[in-house]
Design a protein around this ligand. Structure first.
Ligand code: AMP
Ligand code: MG
Length: 486
């Protein structure tokens, strides 16, 4: 059941604007399976009906399945400042399949498009498509991508580009920005309906609480705390952690100028537009906490309703303080796993922090430093793991601490290595790989998009023959100019 809205200012029933002469670029067979439709990436283009639907063009099947497409209004804070109403400027919800909402991004103008043309360019659509599915394969909560459809339709950004539509799936696309929109406009009934919908459909555990709205706030905050811990564990930088890009289900969403760390720079800023580094890698947990404060503010009227006579703001402020421990607990669990540590000891946090500092000081490749750690043996003092570090002595010093710690673990080197290789990926969507796929696609060659998609669907497997996809970029391959332009 999608959050159903009646025809008022908070949503617009609107059909997508057809993308002219669409063609398939990619589909995700796993995402298609999730919604029970059969799209075989080896046989494209094979289904004209679905091509039409996913390009936002009328098709009999589409009209039957999705009779009331709509765009919703949301607001939010951008770069720390209230920005008022923002979306959905170019995302149109077609409807629901198998408990997943199907949304087209870049499907044309809506009432909320402001100055935009309602389209998304090929470049950013490829990035969203590939990263959504890559994050899912990494085990990270995320919206999914079902398909990527291209067109020769010209779109003006800094230069002339072409349009594409990425179709996305999620149990719900509700954002913190929806709460903020209703609260800022005094739409308290809408707020209540939204909270009731989320509890009913996505947070049933809150139903039994004496204060279900407060329970909902805590549950949303906890899910987002866990999500950002996952990002930190794979070196993922979202790039635009505005409150309107934060999911009410704790999913990674709205892939823009994101980036995975290549060399470890804990203060890495992936978004060219973010000159102050508000959304730098090491700030993401604090920023997510800040976004939960935005949600808390928007939920004050709800908590007032269920706890009359009490200080609702104070109640929410207290609940907000659960975020740091929730985040830290998840972070510690994930990083213990990355180091192959099964039992908990009080010094683990320091050991992990020391490793991150070592990697940062030596600009070690984040992904490869963790992946290769599984080769370190408990007894054998020699390891070429140290060779990734300019300061070999510092690497040896950390390794010696690590080996001492490993003595407390009962499993064998081989068992530990197998476990570590299931949580430390070999393949991530490095920006230079995405860039190469994009440049080929701009010349109508989609093989690299498809190849990358296949490799990234099995990030923890060795995949002999594809070693080059696991390498850090060469200096001239580094992508430095990702902005919000999309
Ligand atoms: P973003 O900063 O990409 O998350 O976008 C913020 C809002 O602006 C979203 O609701 C988008 O739908 C909207 N938007 C971005 N680009 C466009 C565009 N080309 N046309 C219409 N709306 C857009
Ligand atoms: Mg957005």
């Amino acid at each position: 059941m999608a959050f159903s809205l009646i025809g008022d200012d908070t949503c617009q029933f609107i059909a997508p604007t057809p993308l002219p002469d669409p063609y398939w670029i990619a589909v995700s067979p796993e995402a298609a399976e999730l919604v029970g439709i059969s799209l075989d990436s080896n046989q494209l283009p094979q289904d004209p009906d679905w091509l039409a639907i996913l390009a936002g063009n009328p098709a009999e099947l589409g009209q039957r399945l999705f009779s009331k497409p709509m765009a919703t209004a949301y607001s939010g804070h951008q770069f720390g400042h209230w920005a008022g109403q923002l979306g959905d400027g170019r995302a149109i919800l077609l409807g629901e399949l198998n408990h997943q909402e199907l949304q087209l991004k870049g499907a044309g103008m809506t009432r909320y498009s402001r100055m935009g043309d309602g389209r998304a360019v090929l470049r950013s659509s490829i990035r969203e498509f590939l990263c959504s599915e890559a994050m899912h394969a990494l085990g990270i909560p995320t919206t999914r991508a079902l398909s990527l459809v291209g067109s020769k339709q010209a779109v003006r950004r800094e230069t002339m580009e072409t349009a594409a539509v990425c179709s996305r799936l999620a149990p719900s696309f509700i954002r913190i920005g929806h709460f903020e929109h209703y609260a800022a406009n005094g739409l308290h009934v809408r707020l209540q309906e939204l909270a009731a919908y989320l509890i009913e459909a996505h947070y049933p555990e809150c139903k039994s609480s004496n204060t279900p709205y407060l329970a909902l706030f805590k549950a949303i905050s906890a899910r987002n705390a866990k999500c950002v811990a996952h990002w930190q564990a794979v070196g993922f930088c979202h790039g635009v952690l505005n409150s309107d890009n934060i999911s009410a289900l704790g999913l990674t969403m709205d892939y823009g100028p994101f980036g995975f760390l290549d060399h470890t720079a804990l203060d890495h800023i992936c978004n060219h537009t973010d000159s102050g580094g508000r959304y730098a890698y090491h700030r993401q947990p604090k920023i997510m906490h800040w976004n939960m404060a935005c949600l808390a503010n928007a939920m004050v009227p709800l908590v007032e309703m269920e706890s009359p006579g009490q200080d609702a703001a104070e109640i929410l402020r207290a609940a907000l303080s659960d975020f740091p421990p929730e985040y830290e607990a998840k972070w510690l669990t994930l990083f213990r796993g990355k180091l192959g540590l099964q039992i908990d000891t009080p010094d683990d946090m320091d050991l992990i922090e020391a490793l991150l500092q070592l990697m940062h000081a030596n600009q070690a490749d984040f992904t490869n430093a963790f992946r290769s750690l599984s080769k370190v043996q408990k007894k054998d003092a020699h390891s070429n793991w140290r060779d990734q570090f300019l300061d070999r002595d510092a690497a040896d010093a950390w390794l010696s601490q690590y080996r001492t710690r490993l003595q407390q673990e009962s499993n064998s080197d081989a068992e530990r290595a197998a476990q570590m290789n299931c949580v430390n990926p070999k393949f991530i969507l490095r920006n230079h790989l995405a860039q190469r796929a994009i440049e080929n696609a701009q010349q109508d060659d989609f093989t690299e998009v498809n190849r990358l998609q296949r490799i990234l669907s099995r990030p923890f497997e060795d995949q002999p023959g594809f070693e080059q996809y696991a390498l850090a970029p060469l200096p001239d391959e580094v992508v430095t100019d990702l902005s919000c332009s999309s």
